[in-house]
Write a protein that binds this ligand. Structure first.
Ligand code: UT7
Length: 329
């Protein structure tokens, strides 16, 4: 496999903010409860006329502009999302057309909060195989469209946003993709899901009345699984490559709950200052968290060429994933 690098990163979040104080007016909750239990202070919410593809395109444009390249040079587009514009056509097709990526094929990748890590793994192999030169991996979710704003257990957690990585061949010794470990444990499927709207439970008046087109979650079960698995898979991946937690300059984990992230860092024996947390300003943007956080790490000088970066996530399914990259830009 040839060397593969992340060559550019872009992100976009909608400007409108939903604060904890705003949520106090919607459901029986308090700002203190939300902050203490999740670490979230505010999240961004898309306007009614903004769909997932719109955010995906903005993030992709920023990544392409940073690299100084055009959409016509892109060979493939992977849109990681659980909130596609439609069941079909795929959001990747909409992004391909509106971006003007005339030579790209693409598809949507659904692995909930692990989608972006799975997308990175996939893109690394498309480019690594030598068959693709430029692959866009976009994580974009408009979670506010599938959240029940009468359910205090879920509505405080999520926000909207998107981020995009451009993946390209790297020169020998330049750094780039080191390895991955991804897993699925489908026995956890009922713990976090949107029950209706698919072929198992097509939309009917009854499913709408029962609010089954919204996210339903067994919060504590997901919490426990996430702490254990995000830590374990990261440790296993490091060990596979003869590396230690202390070798990692920055861990960029999925942002679902500040307590999950810190417990995972403790499990790995990683100092908290080596873990990027920005959940306070975005909440859980599902596929968007990792690329949004990565862009922030670059903007705040927390990533330098040569740094070892660990991406890790746990999501509905259950899906679990980790990627190791040597930062090359
Ligand atoms: O990306 C992957 C997807 N999701 C996750 O990773 C999320 C995983 N889970 C979590 O982050 C946490 O379980 C939550 C933040 C969802 C909940 O925190 P918790 O500490 O596990 O709380 P809990 O579910 O055990 O609930 C504790 C209490 C309950 O009241 P009682 O039964 O003790 O009287 C809840 O009804 O807190 C109550 N509660 C709330 N109170 C105020 C639940 N949600 C709220 C709320 N405001 N928003």
């Amino acid at each position: 496999m040839r060397n593969v690098k992340i060559s550019a990163v872009g992100s976009w979040v909608p400007p409108r903010i939903l604060s904890n104080a705003d949520l106090e007016k919607l459901v029986d909750t308090t700002s203190d409860w939300i902050l203490e239990r999740t670490g979230i202070e505010e999240r961004h919410i898309a306007d009614a006329d903004v769909a997932t593809s719109d955010m995906a395109i903005e993030a992709a444009k920023r990544a392409l502009a940073e690299r100084g390249t055009t959409a016509e040079d892109v060979d493939a587009i992977i849109v990681c999302t659980v909130t596609p514009d439609h069941m079909f056509p795929s959001t990747a097709c909409i992004v391909q057309h509106k971006l003007g990526a005339k030579h790209a094929w693409g598809f949507d990748l659904i692995a909930a909060c692990s989608s972006f890590v799975y997308g990175l793994t996939t893109a690394a192999h498309l480019v690594g195989a030598g068959t693709h030169q430029k692959v866009l991996v976009i994580g974009a979710d408009t979670m506010s469209r599938i959240i029940d704003y009468t359910d205090r257990a879920t509505c405080v957690l999520f926000g909207d946003g998107a981020g995009a990585f451009l993946i390209e061949p790297g020169a020998d010794g330049e750094g780039g993709f080191i390895g991955f470990k991804n897993e699925v444990d489908g026995s956890g499927g009922d713990m976090l899901k949107m029950p209706a709207g698919g072929s198992r439970m097509p939309p009917t008046h009854e499913t709408v009345d029962q609010r089954l087109h919204f996210v339903h979650q067994e919060g504590q079960a997901v919490f426990k699984f996430a702490v254990k698995k995000m830590g374990d898979i990261s440790a296993q991946l490091l060990e596979m490559h003869g590396l230690k937690a202390s070798d990692v300059k920055l861990m960029i984990p999925h942002q679902a709950n500040r307590r999950i992230i810190l417990a995972c860092a403790d499990r790995l024996g990683m100092p908290h200052e080596n873990v990027l947390i920005n959940i306070e300003r975005y909440g859980n943007t599902t596929s968007g968290t990792i690329p949004i956080a990565t862009r922030e790490a670059m903007d705040t000088g927390r990533l330098e060429k040569g740094d070892l970066v660990l991406f890790a996530a746990v999501g509905a399914g259950f899906t679990v994933g980790a990627n190791l990259w040597r930062w090359a830009i």
